[in-house]
Design a protein around this ligand. Sequence first.
Ligand code: NAP
Length: 318
Amino acid sequence: MHAAVVTAFGRPPRYQSFPDPVPAAGEVLVRVLAAGLHPRVRSGAAGTHYTSDGTLPLVPGFDGVGLTPDGARVFFGGLKAPNGSMAEYVAVPAKALVDLPDGVDDVTVAGAMNPAMSAWLALTHRARIQPGESVLVLGATGNAGQMAVQLARHEGAKTITAAGRDPRALAKLPGLGADRTVSLDADDATVAGRLAEAAANVDVVVDYVWGHPTEVALAAIASARADAAHRLRWVHVGAMAGPDITLPGATLRKTNIDFRGSGQGSVSPADMRTAHQELADRLPTAGLTIDTVTMPLRDVEAAWDTKMPTGTRTVLVP
Ligand SMILES: NC(=O)c1ccc[n+]([C@@H]2O[C@H](COP(=O)([O-])OP(=O)(O)OC[C@H]3O[C@@H](n4cnc5c(N)ncnc54)[C@H](OP(=O)(O)O)[C@@H]3O)[C@@H](O)[C@H]2O)c1
């Protein structure tokens, strides 16, 4: 078969011939129809994701849409390196296959499922959001943040505050369901003031940025809450601005704040499968929108080096 192949960390994958995968017991050989180029795919291919074990060569790709040998159209996710989806065929554990409903096309599903799943898991499985609650999305301008805004609306959030830097993507967010937008593109004091005004009393924060912007947001919100004992669930999902934060003990003492992460490990494989099917079942009716750019898999090297505008997802098609 042909596949995208990484032979050295730090270099883009190259399109080349590669041995066909041989399914192990309990696996199914899936013909890949489309695979998204998500940040998770890049960090896996760079060997920097927390699940990476350094094996090379590897085929990148964390998930995708494909056809099983009996012709079922499925979504599959949670692939483990070195066996990724940026190939003509991939071996997938049968229990990781998610039946896809009609009415959603391959490229949209391949582009949307990873960012949408991050939001679905964070909002429903980790924060256990209830209708009428208020949500702040930090990093709302990216693909995942845009999904978090849309899914928070879908789940009946009362007020959704969307924070991000990119002005073009920020301007789009009210159309996706945000009640307020906050620009993070300013000095710390200005950003803190904006967040204190717009999001002081939120119930749930879905955080894709972490690092310094999270430190600023946390300090601002913790100091501005009308009722410090009102519970705040802060769900860490991504670390686009940095892998660590400094967490002052006083913040935990003065605010009823509940930190949790959402990702591979903090969500069990069984819950992950349930969540995938829940989300897939909602795709035809949830009205989720995503901007995708489709490229042939043979152009994977160019796709790797092309910086897409914020909120646009590249999908590779074998
Ligand atoms: N745990 C999970 O289950 C899971 C699943 C999927 C994704 N993720 C993670 O979620 C994160 C976002 O994914 P995505 O698909 O939305 O990526 P994306 O489409 O590339 O968007 C990246 C986002 O990060 C923001 N950003 C980048 N650097 C920043 C900085 N220094 N300060 C503030 N904001 C910054 C961007 O904002 P601007 O463009 O406005 O600057 C944009 O909103 C990634 O870390 C990804 O790995 C986690």
